[in-house]
Write a protein that binds this ligand. Structure first.
Ligand code: ADP
Ligand code: MG
Length: 726
């Protein structure tokens, strides 16, 4: 017998064709282990068939029905193949729709009988089945043969060209031949919590005999992810605690001077956060801290003071921003606030290389010379983009003389590896010292979630805005009053203000689709959901030509080149345009005090935390600001959610709500956390988070090196690789 281990490449498993292998490889599944850790999102209960009349939106159901009508078309905007059909059983009829699977029209002709399994969604004209899986029944007698087992079928995350059926097929080639694998979760933990042992759990999660079995196995794997995640964090924390860092003296006189230079007093939360940071960098162990605070809560000044203290202590600091605009903004802020600082600072972006020596002495530099000034330690604080400082290579790499502090703005996950690189680069004067690390983020994350996802980081939180800011007047505008809203905006712009317009991106996600049969059986594209989605380009055209032909309208979106984006932002900042139409992707931190209007199209399509962030781009100056939300949805949940936005006191409160309503995946994209979807799903379960953490702590107390848990150690390495923590 050909036995399979977790490391066996799928290409070595009998019966899996090259086509499958290709498709699997596209989603990073190469070995048997990769495959077996690709978990189902749910199970279809084919033993239970629902009558069409009993279908309820939001549920998954299996129906048995006849295809009454079926049609094919290309979607209006995205040219995506869409197959639509009307299905009927004795109790009634229901519409269904498939995206990107044109062949279905051929497989399922009118009059065909089949089982359909999928999610029921509510559309404008009633409910419909979205992208259902199907099994045709060519002939009545065949039913029992087709479904003899009355079983639960695992449904996997949908991936291009790889159906759940396909994955089940491959799993059936692997699982029966899998050699017994050792369980890496320590036996005592399994036992204490009644989790199934790994070999059993793998079978039960992929080929369950009952939902009880499937659930127990899923619990185990959810636990596993949270346990590994937190174990990884705790070990990283321990490792850092053993590392040495330069101690940055808490220089009270200096801090007083810096605060005296500010045209304002710090808020209580700012003071607390500053204190936490300064106390932390005074220690001989590296700080590893996340500073969270709403847009506009004043995080920058905290980081700048910490950077200056670092310089005062004789070390260098580096301040990295995600974009050139933000990097320049920070540099300008520094020059404005602390021109008497006395130590040279530098700015390094693709466009600008500047050194500021105080007293209005600023010089443009060649990159080489600027790097030289950093390397010889003359420049004490270097501000720049992540890309330039951390990622450039060879000659172009920023080398420091004695780096004491790394600040990273607006990025949750600055990799351990990236940090290690910077650390290596600074080994000249103070070898063996690890710089302190401060990460800043405007995405509010509820505390419980934050300490799980970023468990290796300590948290400082700014949960208030500076005094004297006028609250932003926020209104949900009925589509009927759109013209009035535009008239109001024109008025504000005439007064000299500027406006942002944010549009949802076009997304081809099935749930976004509002589907609509007109009488002749064809879908009216103009009425369908996608046409309601204000795409940036269309909205730009409409606003610039029809609504505000008298004003200067500009547009920015993710597909533009970096320089184009930069130019557009700068033009907006310098008031060369009045209205900036953008997607949700434009940077959060940009400070444009003169922009007082935030108009959001398709507000129902954004998460609460996201809406909150958009709104935070206005209200930064002296003038009264407004947030205008347009929504086409009259849906009750939408109303509730938008109401929450109107009432919330701060972003953290909203994040809690969003977490409740939509789960961590919606709150934080996987790009931000680097965590796979399965882990994000597991994060919905607070009890499991706690159990994972407790268990991780237990193991570390017993054996901090994991020497007596070799299988766990190995699995943890693999896990870390997968979540890109490094
Ligand atoms: P963010 O936390 O979003 O990075 P910034 O640091 O960019 O916020 O601060 C937003 C604006 O608020 C800046 O113009 C800054 O000068 C100002 N600011 C910061 N702290 C205070 C304060 N305590 N009082 C008044 N204005 C402040
Ligand atoms: Mg900021």
């Amino acid at each position: 017998m050909n036995s399979v281990s977790l490391k066996t490449p799928l290409s070595a498993v009998k019966g899996i064709g090259p086509k499958f292998l290709d498709k699997l490889e596209k989603i990073d599944i190469k070995t048997a282990g990769d495959l077996l850790w690709h978990f189902p999102v749910r199970y279809d209960d084919w033993s239970h068939v629902t009558d069409v009349k009993d279908l309820r939106p939001g549920e998954y159901a299996v129906i048995r029905a006849e295809v009454k009508k079926i049609g094919f078309r290309k979607s209006w905007i995205q040219k995506l193949a869409i197959v639509e059909a009307v299905l009927e059983d004795e109790s009634g009829s229901v519409r269904t729709i498939w995206f990107g699977q044109p062949f279905i029209k051929k497989v399922l002709g009118e009059g065909k009988q089949a089982f359909f399994s999928g999610k029921v969604l509510a559309g404008k004209k009633g409910i419909f089945l979205s992208n259902p899986a199907y099994e045709t029944v060519s002939d009545e007698e065949n039913i029992d043969e087709l479904f003899p087992k009355r079983e639960l079928l695992a449904i996997y995350p949908e991936t291009k060209g790889l159906t759940s059926k396909g994955i089940r097929f491959v799993i059936n080639k692997v699982l029966p031949n899998l050699e017994r694998i050792p369980d890496f979760i320590p036996g005592e933990i399994l036992k204490k919590n009644g989790f199934p042992e790994i070999n059993q759990a793998l079978r039960d999660v992929h080929i369950p005999k009952s939902s009880a079995e499937a659930n127990a196995a899923k619990e185990r794997f959810a636990f596993e992810e949270l346990f590994l995640l937190q174990l990884g964090h705790l070990l990283e924390k321990k490792r850092l605690a053993r590392t040495k860092a330069p101690s940055i003296e808490f220089n009270l006189d200096f801090v007083k001077w810096a605060l005296g230079e500010l045209p304002y007093g710090l808020t209580f939360s700012q003071k607390r956060s500053l204190y936490e940071v300064l106390k932390d960098i005074e220690r001989h162990q590296p700080m590893n801290r996340l500073l969270q605070g709403d847009v506009g809560s004043g995080k920058t000044v905290i980081a700048l003071i910490a950077a200056m203290e670092t310089a005062e202590s004789g070390y260098q600091a580096v301040f990295m921003a995600p974009t050139e605009i933000l990097a320049s903004q920070h540099y300008q802020t520094f020059k404005k606030l602390f021109s008497d600082f006395g130590h040279p600072i530098g700015l390094m972006t693709a466009k600008s290389k500047l050194a500021f020596y105080g007293d209005n002495l600023e010089s443009e530099m060649k990159k080489k010379d600027l790097l030289q000034e950093v390397e010889n330690g003359r420049i004490k604080i270097l501000i720049g983009t992540h890309a330039l400082i951390a990622k450039s290579s060879g000659e172009n790499k920023a080398r420091f003389n004695n780096l004491g502090l790394i600040v990273v703005d607006e990025q949750h996950r600055f990799g351990v590896r990236q940090r290690a690189e910077l650390v290596q680069n600074q080994a000249r004067k103070s070898p063996g010292l690890t710089p302190h690390f401060l990460s800043m983020s405007a995405t509010p994350i509820p505390r419980t979630l934050a300490i799980t996802i970023f468990g290796d980081l300590d948290l400082s939180t700014i949960d208030e805005l500076p005094q004297g800011r006028k609250p932003i007047i926020t209104k949900v505008v009925d589509p009927l009053n759109r013209d009035k809203a535009y008239a109001f905006i024109r008025g504000e712009i005439r007064k000299g203000r500027q406006a942002f317009v944010v549009c949802p991106r076009i997304e081809s996600r099935e749930d976004d689709y509002e589907y609509d049969f007109s009488e002749d059986g064809k879908t009216d594209a103009r009425k369908s959901g996608w046409s309601e989605t204000k795409t940036v380009k269309k909205e730009y055209e409409r606003l610039s030509k029809k609504v505000f032909p008298d004003l200067k309208v500009a547009m920015i979106h993710g597909k533009m080149k970096a320089e184009e984006k930069q130019k557009t932002m700068e033009d907006f900042k310098t008031r060369k345009s009045d209205i900036l139409v953008s997607t949700s992707v434009i940077e959060v931190g940009v400070d444009i005090p003169n922009a007082t209007i935030m108009m959001i199209e398709g507000a129902e399509r954004f998460g609460l935390a996201q809406l909150y962030q958009f709104r935070g781009r206005v209200g930064r100056g002296e003038h009264q600001s407004f947030c205008v939300l347009f929504t086409e949805s009259s849906n009750e949940t939408t109303r509730q959610r938008l109401k929450a936005l109107l009432e919330a006191k701060n972003g953290f409160e909203l994040a809690e709500k969003d977490l409740e309503i939509r789960g961590p995946g919606a709150l934080l994209g996987s790009e931000q956390t680097g965590l796979p979807d399965t882990t994000m799903r597991a994060l919905r379960n607070p009890a499991m988070i706690k159990l994972g953490r407790q268990s991780a702590e237990e193991i570390i107390v017993k054996d901090p090196t994991l020497r007596s848990y070799p299988a766990l150690k190995e699995r943890l390495e693999k896990f870390k690789e997968n979540i890109h923590l490094e």
